[in-house]
Design a protein. Structure first.
Length: 715
């Protein structure tokens, strides 16, 4: 690393900076808090040495794994490490965050930035000295630290171009390695230095903005007082969090990573202990170190800045950033508090409670995290597999607008779930936007399940404005004609694709739902590729449950069912989609056998535990495919049905399961498909194609899943 100053010292305002940089040869800022980035680069240098040694010895065993770990990291488990890519993305995001903290505060106060130049360059010079010392083991990086600090930061498009360029070079080096070419050693060396250079540059930019921010805050505290600054920061913190996280998310997605990568990327310069309990639906995200506060603390101590001042960014903006990040990656609503802050406790502790509702007066183990609401039975398509047997006419007993709002109120008394408005086609309800807005105001996360035929740019914009968070669109083939035949209306494929594009243009998260049949069994890969190309992030593969009109369709065999789950998981490595099999609880057992990260899912079958369905007339059932009426919200409150229904209570007890499901070692994580078990015992798999409404219990929903081929190991 080198710092260049072309001006004579008498004219150079950075003379002090140059002088300090030349004489200080020891680490000044705290290693643990401020310099994990450099320590990670040193560790990766050692990995590079291991890789090069293997190449020289022509021992290419495990070199692919070592190369990938070096540049793209190990994002999960005890070995979690973000790699070069994670570090670069993290520091890109932090540069934006630190710049925005200061600019948002100044804009809120409607004032110009105070003059902090002299102190800014003094402290920055000390950090540069640290960086120079710590990067020596990496080789000469040739970084002009003054230029880094004094030139404008990268725009979002520049960040994406930079990352994509590095990706291409990394792939070229990987190709040499795969070909067992000795030149791979030199290519990896050059690649490592280039990644290291940009990581170091971004870290320097980040610290420059961090120092600028704390100096600005200190000056403003003297002028306006801590109380006023705190009030102003609180008034803009939500806007700040969304703005900074949205930029980070845009870069992450456009460089080809998934949105949940935001969490693993945070590992770059933090020691994070992240725990979640399914039993209590809560958890902690503890930051044991913080490079931002490390710099703020050092400067605060040097200048005698009060702890109340140095904790303001932590209290308001870091909290807002963490909340916005979690809202981006978590599919469920949550309440977030900060019991401990780095500035006052030496560590940050964020406590989150899933589905928490301030209106809830009970504390139970099982609360709904997802509620699917068939808003109407009316539909504009004629799908051959429709579980609700939708028609062109609405159900006469559908909940009206006022009753619908009362239902939302009742749900909020239990939890704040993801409420999915489905159908039929929910957009055929004239009050759909009003209900979305009302649910959003009540703190629920609002989703929509649609065939897409009624969604154009204007509708997508109205959905966004009403507060919709996610929309699922059905897409059952990459071949338009085949999809249209399955959906019963010509042109429905093109309308579905156009709907997805319109939603993405309005920044609405889209999920593609594909129902697996004998006809599209060999097309799943193509559907996934198509989904990626049009901006989809989530892909749910639905396994046909023989209810409604679906009872008349020939399903795939249980063996094919098992095989498809395995194949679908295998495809995730080459796709950037978040993939989940639906109505296929055995996926949890299969995922565990493939050593996949299980933390992204709660359980295979969540019916009655964290999920239920509302029929258009207000009937409550465990799920859309298990049409057992447990009560009606016109007669009994949602809370009473949820907590007191004997069926719900039985579903929450894994020991109540029968047959091989009851004996299975995976029953607590899988549970088997209760709808298939019920359908077989109730004889409507073959004969109940005209099932339209929830009925009284007439089958055994606790029987073993007839579509599961696994034989339990327990006797």
């Amino acid at each position: 690393m080198a710092f260049y100053s072309p001006l004579p010292f008498l004219l150079d305002p950075l003379y002090l900076f140059n002088t300090l940089w030349l004489v200080v040869q020891v680490t000044i800022f705290d290693d643990l808090q401020c310099h994990k980035w450099a320590l990670l680069l040193q560790q990766r240098r050692q990995k590079l040495n291991q890789l090069q040694t293997r190449i020289v010895k022509k021992d290419f065993s495990e070199t692919k794994e070592l190369f990938h770990e070096l540049f793209y990291g190990v994002p999960k488990g005890k070995k979690a490490e973000p790699g070069m890519a994670g570090s670069l993305l993290y520091h890109m995001a932090m540069v934006t965050k630190m710049e925005t903290e200061t600019s948002v505060l100044l804009k809120a106060l409607n004032i110009e930035a105070p003059d902090v130049e002299a102190l800014l360059w003094r402290f920055y010079s000390e950090f540069v000295s640290d960086a120079d010392e710590l990067t020596k083991p990496l080789g000469e990086l040739n970084i002009d630290a003054r230029k880094v600090a004094s030139t404008p930061s990268h725009s979002t498009s520049q960040k994406i171009r930079l990352f994509m360029d590095l990706n291409q070079k990394t792939q070229a080096a990987a190709n040499l390695l795969n070909a067992q070419n000795p030149e791979a050693s030199k290519a990896a060396e050059n690649l490592f230095k280039e990644w290291s250079k940009y990581v170091a540059e971004m870290r320097l930019r980040q610290e420059f903005q961090t120092i600028k921010g704390i100096l600005t805050l200190s000056d403003l505290a003297k002028r306006y007082g801590v109380s006023r600054l705190s009030a102003v920061m609180q008034s803009v913190q939500e806007q700040f969090g969304k703005e900074t996280v949205n930029i980070a998310l845009e870069v992450t997605l456009k460089v080809g990573l998934r949105r949940e990568s935001l969490q693993s990327i945070m590992l770059s310069d933090h020691d994070i202990n992240y725990t979640m309990s399914i039993d209590t639906l809560d958890g902690h995200m503890k930051f044991l170190n913080c490079p931002i506060y490390g710099g703020q603390k050092y400067i605060g101590e040097k200048l005698g800045v009060n702890d109340q001042v140095t904790s303001l960014f932590c209290k308001h903006f870091c909290f807002a950033h963490a909340k916005a990040m979690l809202e981006t990656v978590l599919p469920f609503t949550f309440d977030l508090t900060q019991p401990q802050r780095m500035a006052t406790h030496g560590k940050c502790d964020f406590y989150l409670k899933l589905g928490y509702s301030p209106n809830s007066v009970v504390s139970e183990k099982y609360v709904p995290l997802v509620v699917s609401w068939n808003l109407t039975r009316k539909c504009n398509l004629k799908c051959s597999h429709c579980y609700i047997n939708a028609t062109t006419d609405e159900l006469k007993s559908e909940l009206n607008t006022e009753e619908s709002k009362q239902l939302i109120d009742q749900i909020a008394e239990v939890s704040r779930p993801l409420l999915i408005l489905s159908g039929g086609e929910p957009l055929l309800r004239k009050d759909v936007y009003e209900l979305i807005r009302y649910g959003t105001e009540k703190g629920l996360r609002m989703g929509l399940g649609s065939n897409g035929c009624l969604i154009d740019s204007k509708v997508a914009e109205k959905l966004k404005e009403a507060g919709i968070k996610t929309v699922s669109i059905s897409l059952d083939s990459p071949i338009p004609k085949q999809h249209d035949e399955f959906r019963g209306v010509e042109g429905s494929w093109q309308k579905a694709v156009d709907a997805i594009k319109a939603l993405r243009q309005n920044d609405v998260l889209v999920q593609v739902n594909t129902t697996l049949t004998q006809q599209n069994y060999d097309q799943i890969d193509d559907i996934m590729y198509l989904s990626e190309q049009i901006g989809v992030e989530n892909f749910h593969l639905f396994f046909l449950v023989p209810t409604g009109r679906g009872a008349k369709i020939a399903d795939i065999s249980p063996a094919m069912y098992e095989d498809m789950i395995t194949k679908t998981f295998a495809k995730t490595a080459k796709h950037k989609l978040n993939v989940r099999p639906s109505c296929a609880p055995q996926f949890m057992r299969i995922a565990k056998g493939l050593n996949m990260d299980m933390r992204q899912w709660i359980r295979g079958c969540i019916a009655g535990l964290y999920y239920c369905r509302v029929y258009p007339n207000g009937d409550i059932t465990p799920c859309p495919y298990l049409p057992v009426k447990l009560g009606n919200i016109r007669e009994t409150s949602f809370k009473d049905i949820w907590f007191n229904s004997p069926v719900f209570k039985a579903l929450r007890d894994p020991n109540s399961l029968k047959g091989k499901c009851g004996a299975c070692e995976y029953k607590t994580v899988c549970g088997g498909c209760r709808a298939r078990a019920y359908g077989l015992s109730a004889d409507f798999i073959d004969y109940c194609g005209d099932l339209r409404e929830p009925t009284e219990l007439n089958g055994d929903y606790l029987a073993e899943d007839p579509w599961c081929v696994y034989q339990p190991k327990k006797p």
